[in-house]
Unconditional design. Sequence first.
Length: 210
Amino acid sequence: MIGSDRSDTWRRAFQVELRAEAIGLAFRGWAVLPGTYPAGAQWAGRQDFEATGPVPVHDDWQQRIGTRPDQVATWWAGQPYSLLLATGAGFDVIEVDAEIGRRAAMALRSVGMPVPIIATPDSRWQFLVTSSDRELDSALAERSDVVLRGGGEWITLPPSPSQHGVVHWRVKPEVCGWRFPSSRVVQDALLEALGLPTFDSLATQLVTAD
């Protein structure tokens, strides 16, 4: 846990890195937003300390989606806000536990298609996919350890700190050439990882996705 006696040090270190990352992603069109950040056992960044986090700093965060990079830069000028991504605005996220995530990542790599994956300190893996109206396959939807995050939600992006570690990339977007798969492709890999019937063969779907 990050103690209060270390707060000034890590805030200065993370503020520069978080700001640079936010600006770079905003230039790529990502819907980045500032979020509350850990301060001892609580979360700071809004008017009062929050018990949980990270959550968007601005109440009207949905109206701020698509803010220009120069304005995004000002958000991180004073505080080491967490770096959030609004889902449903270009990207959705399929979140699973780490073990399922590893098996799905292996399935994707086996057909030559690594995809961007985020890992959180609480052992959750998040697969970034292009936004669509596709819901989870019924076999995935009935599992409590598989979650689809779309419109009206957000995730925390690297290198945001938490109270128990730092959010980090398992597979960086650069590895994938900043190309993102459809939800169907990742869902098929998850179904394969769980030993469940897939939509089609994963390889066939990858040809279609290209």
